[in-house]
Design a protein around this ligand. Structure first.
Ligand code: SF4
Ligand code: SF4
Length: 357
């Protein structure tokens, strides 16, 4: 991709670094389905994964994205397993038509290699901007099968990677995400080295942290000792990634490295001392049409009864926004922390120490 076009496409969002009040979201996480074919012992979404009723239809998605009447910097799908939604290419086409997003990311448990390959191919026929598929991989071989609750899922990840590798391009990338919990945190370096050797075409290997409410209560997020002992290594690994093709000057990787500082401190303090732009710059929309500032805090409203703008600028939303501003909540959720770093000018000085190119 031409670096000039990358800068031009993204520059229009830079004004949000200064002015956020009254903003429509520029980064959206959308859950196309709550269905999932895996059974991960750490899943934060396990209470809804079997509940298909009332998912937003294509018409409803079209209506709500048109009613936003704004452009997105990035669209990230979540789930459930996004590729279980059979009309996923149509969902992406609708977002592309109505929001012209510059970046698209789809995470997957990779259990359906053929369907994933076909769906990605269809999306690529139409969507020509940056697109990344994130394969989940939490262990090697049987370790991964056990964590994800499905025999043979490790081999499916390998198969999906091999299929998608054939269609990688300058705008389509493959990443791996490893979700760290008490089940695998002592093995993350082993996983990292394995991935480097066996998945050579990856753009990045990301490490995230499990969230609360797992079905198996014995599974815990990494503790403070883990953060203290491993933060520097995780930062090194992040900066060592081959890199997103659009990551001019290594800026985005620096953001990811800085993320570990924030996650470590927030976990220790059990509160945050940084501003969160969820509900201003970021939005989460679940498959039933509920609109949230993020996947964790309080709901703004439902799209089946109202337009996006009416919900986003409602009294309820304003009240929740002011709670977030007053730091009534905290989390170390990477997706939101990255945006909070990227759009906070004070953070730029702290990023300098990580910019290596
Ligand atoms: S973590 Fe993701 S892949 Fe695993 S059960 Fe939950 S929704 Fe499915
Ligand atoms: S700090 Fe976390 S929980 Fe609170 S609004 Fe931001 S993303 Fe949501």
């Amino acid at each position: 991709m031409n670096p000039f076009n990358i800068i031009k496409n993204n520059l229009k969002f830079a004004k949000k670094i200064i002015k956020k009040k009254g903003s429509l979201p520029i980064y959206m996480i959308f859950e196309p389905t709550s269905l999932c074919n895996a059974r991960c012992s750490f899943c934060y979404n396990w209470q809804t994964v079997e509940d298909k009723k009332n998912e937003l239809s294509l018409d409803e998605i079209d209506r709500f994205t048109r009613s936003m009447d704004s452009k997105l910097l990035a669209l990230a799908l979540s789930g459930g397993e996004p590729f279980l939604r059979e009309d996923l290419p149509e969902v992406i086409n609708i977002f592309n038509k109505n929001t012209a997003m510059n970046h698209l990311s789809i995470p997957t448990n990779a259990l359906l290699p053929d369907r994933i390959f076909e769906t990605v191919t269809k999306i690529l026929d139409v969507y020509k901007k940056r697109f990344v598929v994130l394969l989940s991989l939490d262990g090697i071989g049987k370790d991964h099968d056990k964590i994800r609750g499905i025999d043979g899922i490790f081999e499916k990840v390998v198969e999906t990677y091999n299929k998608l590798s054939r269609i990688q391009s300058d705008h389509f990338e493959i990443s791996i995400t490893t979700c760290l919990s008490s089940l695998n945190m002592d093995k993350y370096l082993k996983i990292y080295n394995y991935v480097r050797k066996h998945f050579p075409g990856l753009s990045t290997h990301n490490f995230s942290f499990m969230r609360s409410r797992p079905p198996d209560e014995t599974v815990k997020p990494p503790d403070q000792q883990f953060f203290q002992e491993n933060k520097k290594k995780l930062q090194e690994i992040t900066l060592d990634n081959k890199g997103y093709q659009f990551d001019i000057l290594g800026f985005f990787h620096s953001t990811k490295a800085r993320y570990y500082d924030i996650a470590c401190k927030t976990n220790k303090d059990k509160k945050r001392d940084w501003p969160c732009y969820a509900g201003q710059l970021t939005a989460y929309v679940d498959c039933y049409g509920d609109v949230w500032p993020c996947e964790i805090y309080k709901k703004f409203g439902n799209l089946k009864n109202a337009d996006f703008r009416d919900i986003w600028f409602s009294e309820t939303a304003e009240k929740v926004r002011s709670e977030i501003k007053n730091k009534n909540c905290w989390c170390d959720h990477g997706c939101f922390v990255y945006i909070n770093i990227l759009f906070n000018p004070i953070e730029y000085f702290k990023l300098l120490r990580y910019v290596k190119r």
